[in-house]
Write a protein that binds this ligand. Structure first.
Ligand SMILES: Cc1cc2nc3c(=O)[nH]c(=O)nc-3n(C[C@H](O)[C@H](O)[C@H](O)COP(=O)(O)OP(=O)(O)OC[C@H]3O[C@@H](n4cnc5c(N)ncnc54)[C@H](O)[C@@H]3O)c2cc1C
Length: 347
């Protein structure tokens, strides 16, 4: 398998549980999407506050699986946490209230709108999104990396596709022989010769890490940007969404936006201590890519989680591994079979 972001980690976990022997090749990169992500699973999205795709299925499954993982390794992998969404205009407050009257499963407007005035500037009250989840990605990735190292299942280097030799059902990479290869390598898959014709739509995002003392770390706060408890008195603040970008590195423009947001929104002193940027492996139709290549049947892809890796990766990794072991179907919206035509044209 190539890649140990959140996708590679869950694929490895479920494949190993299913009895397969797995070697992961991962070149440690500090700016991979999973290293930069906040780790939030938010059940609703956008101005119209619509439920995110499959959330009623994927969120309970994610909670169960992260808890299980946390218990096994004795780490705090996930927390249930509500999102405090400051309503930026009277119109948005109206649409929030209207939405609640239609479906209040995940949203509410508390009676006391002054609750957060000690900490934040806001004029039109706030809504609460609950339950939401906060996944501790850095801890999960590090814990699994150590585990893979201990089991001798990790090769920490760059995978170079030119060195892959396909002979019938068998694959050889340098001195490694295997029966299958699954790419969980985030945005790199968009450039590889097997999958480059899929409609990838990489999306850049930036965030800053901010030191803030005395801000309760048991909520996620949202006002355009999202302020997320990270560790101790450090909060993650982000992100933007760019379809067009020249570099994958942090930019001064975003830093200024973030600094202004903090000055205007937060009533507490703050200090920006780090600045991160990463590229989300997003897809044009906002659906994952899961499955094996129609021509090279032992070359697979687990990718395209876009902005929702924390919720979609456990769910679809489980489906993919059950497909590998038992032949059960992957949801058709995520199965790369939908692109068989395009992929079969590849030489
Ligand atoms: C700013 C930002 C904020 C985000 N916030 C959230 C959030 O709050 N909640 C959420 O659910 N999602 C969030 N996301 C999206 C989330 O990060 C992605 O959906 C998810 O991390 C994708 O995981 P992945 O494993 O597919 O890819 P990656 O995390 O990119 O992992 C790919 C791995 O493959 C390795 N690799 C690549 N090429 C090679 C090679 N040739 N050889 C060896 N190794 C290789 C990389 O080093 C990396 O370790 C955010 C993304 C960004 C950028």
């Amino acid at each position: 398998m190539i890649g140990q972001g959140i996708c590679g980690t869950f694929m490895y976990r479920y494949l190993a549980d299913a009895g397969y022997t797995v070697l992961v090749i991962d070149e440690a990169r500090n700016n991979s999407a999973s290293k930069v992500a906040a780790g939030v699973i938010n059940p609703v999205t956008g101005r119209r506050i619509v439920k995110t795709w499959l959330i009623d299925e994927v969120m309970p499954f994610a909670l169960q699986e992260y808890k299980k993982l946390g218990n096994e390794f004795n780490i705090s992998a996930v927390q249930e946490m509500s999102i405090v969404e400051f309503l930026p205009t009277p119109q948005i407050r109206e649409s929030f209230l209207k939405k609640i009257s239609e479906d209040s499963q995940y949203i509410a407007v508390p009676e006391d709108s002054t609750r957060w005035q000690e900490f934040f500037n806001y004029d039109f009250g706030f809504g609460e999104i609950s339950p939401a989840l906060l996944v501790n990605l850095p801890l999960i990735l590090d814990t699994y990396r150590d585990n893979m190292r201990r089991c001798n299942n990790l090769l920490e280097e760059k995978f170079e596709i030119e060195n892959l030799i396909i002979t019938g059902d068998h694959l050889t990479y340098k001195d490694i022989k295997s029966t299958a290869l699954i790419f969980c390598d985030g945005i790199s898959s968009g450039g590889n010769r097997f999958f480059r014709d899929l409609p990838f739509a990489p999306n850049k995002g930036e965030a800053v890490l901010v030191e803030v003392n005395d801000l309760p770390a048991n909520h996620i706060y949202k006002k355009g940007f999202t302020l997320v408890p990270w560790k101790n008195n450090i909060f993650w603040l982000g992100a933007n969404y760019l379809w067009e970008f020249d570099t994958d590195i942090p930019t001064p423009g975003f830093y200024r936006f973030a600094e202004n947001w903090l000055k205007q929104t937060l009533k507490l002193p703050f200090k920006i201590v780090d600045h991160l940027a990463g590229i989300r492996p997003a897809t044009l139709e906002r659906r994952p890519f899961v499955g094996f290549h129609p021509v090279y049947k032992n070359i697979g892809l687990f990718n395209g989680m876009g902005t929702k890796g924390c919720s979609l990766a456990p769910f679809f990794a489980r489906q993919f591994v059950e497909f590998i072991k038992y032949g059960t179907a992957v949801y058709k919206e995520a199965d790369i079979k939908r692109f068989s035509g395009i992929l079969s044209r590849l030489k």
